[in-house]
Design a protein around this ligand. Structure first.
Ligand SMILES: *Cc1c(COP(=O)(O)O)cnc(C)c1O
Length: 401
């Protein structure tokens, strides 16, 4: 079987547009936290498809739900009701601030729906949306315009109008940016792509306060933080804030493509038939996967275990900071979205560290040019966390000699 990975990489590079810098492995099988490549090599997956496969790969309950639904009904469009889509919306609303849900296929599409809802609720004069520097909201034109990192929009200008970015963490500047045209503030409760950067609770409460004071909608992008990742179903529950509109996607279907925008009934009422839509959004198979996923995440003790394992990982990251102060500044995050914060010297080696871990069969990534990011399946065991920490320690120790 040797050379299978290189063979797939060569074939892929010929016919796939090169938008991704991929590792030289063709993955063929997944079970729990373990991925297997085309040459039979195993990897401890501490990225989970970028915060997607939270129940691990091929969780039996999700696989069963997908197979069952695929035998019954795969697709009918949104001209009709389907049982899984309604059941999913019931689960999401029963367990959040929201009364109603719009189903999409991805995070960017969920955010597009949120942006459109904010604008239609505010009326034609108020279209401005303020987001934060360092944020990530997607790759469509509007969501890339909302994203507070120039590297994602450079070369694709002109951007859609009405988006501005406030410096991360500064309430005074944010308030000064609010004009008569502003209709909403959009933020992630913790910036994932931007480097696992938590926003201060006081700052976020200040943002919510500004929204009240200036009659703006508060949009929370929980695409990466939602569905149990932070140890509560949604991160906002731990912050003492309730958004007006929230988006989720990534982990919602444990790997099936599905996203959702959630809001209160009064706001949702602005989206009448014909104002917005999606051919595939809330597709029965994806929705059935999401129902199975949520039922497990909402089960007894699941979220508490995410918090506990997150603290266990954090303690291990802090130990690495003590042992390798020249390279590592500390650990940060919530639940099982964690970052190992690198020092200036460590950042230079960040990409190399990820490559070395890949060589040791451990999958992580380098985020925000600042941290090694860990997004393991939420079902990861403490012994697998120890395996990750041991591999990190070996990699860091090798720079000392
Ligand atoms: C991944 C992500 C998105 C985009 O989701 P896609 O499914 O890739 O479109 C948007 N916002 C946040 C916070 C994300 O992490």
């Amino acid at each position: 079987m040797s050379g299978e990975n290189a063979g797939w990489a060569e074939r892929g590079d010929k016919v796939l547009i090169g938008t991704y810098a991929r590792y030289p492995a063709a993955m063929v099988k997944g079970e729990g936290c373990i991925l297997t490549d085309a040459e039979g090599r195993e990897y401890l997956d501490c990225l989970a498809g970028i915060a997607v496969c939270s129940l691990g790969h091929c969780h039996p309950a999700v696989t069963e739900a997908v197979c069952r639904q695929a035998k019954e009904l795969v697709h009918v469009s949104n001209l009709y009701y389907t049982c899984p889509q309604t059941e999913l919306a019931e689960l999401l609303t029963r367990n959040s601030f929201a009364d109603q849900v719009f189903m999409a296929n991805s995070g960017a599409e969920a955010n597009e729906a949120a942006i459109k809802l904010a604008r239609i609720c505010a009326g034609p004069e108020r279209y401005g949306i303020i987001s934060l520097t360092g944020s990530f909201h997607g790759r469509t034109l509007a969501t890339v315009a909302a994203t507070g990192q120039p590297k994602f929009w450079e070369g694709f200008e002109p951007m859609p109008e009405g988006f501005s970015h406030a410096p991360f963490g500064n309430l005074d500047v944010l308030e000064a940016m609010i004009t008569d045209q502003t209709c909403a503030i959009l933020c992630e409760p913790l910036q994932g792509e931007g480097g696992v950067r938590p926003l201060d609770v006081e700052y976020l409460q200040g943002v919510a306060g500004l929204c009240k004071k200036h009659n703006l909608l508060l949009l929370f992008d929980e695409i990466q933080t939602g569905i149990g990742r932070t140890g509560s179903l949604f991160a906002y529950e731990q912050l003492g804030i309730v958004p007006d509109i929230m988006t989720v996607a990534k982990a919602l279907g444990n790997g099936l493509p599905i996203g959702a925008m959630l809001t209160r009934k009064e706001l949702a009422a602005s989206l009448v038939p014909g104002t917005h839509g999606s051919t595939f959004g809330g597709n029965p198979v994806a929705a059935a996967a999401a129902v199975a996923t949520l039922n497990i995440i909402l089960g007894d003790g699941f979220l508490a275990s995410v918090k506990e394992k997150g603290e266990y990982l954090q303690a291990g990251l802090e130990k690495l900071a003590l042992r390798f102060p020249a390279l590592v500044a500390g650990g940060r995050g919530m639940g099982l979205i964690r970052g190992l914060v690198l020092t200036e010297k460590g950042v230079e080696k960040g990409a190399d560290m990820v490559n070395k871990l890949f060589g040791k069969g451990v999958l992580i990534n380098f985020a925000g040019n600042a941290v090694l990011r860990f997004l393991p399946p939420l079902i990861i065991t403490k012994s697998e966390i120890r395996q990750l920490l041991a591999a990190l320690e070996e990699v860091l120790a090798a720079y000392e000699v």
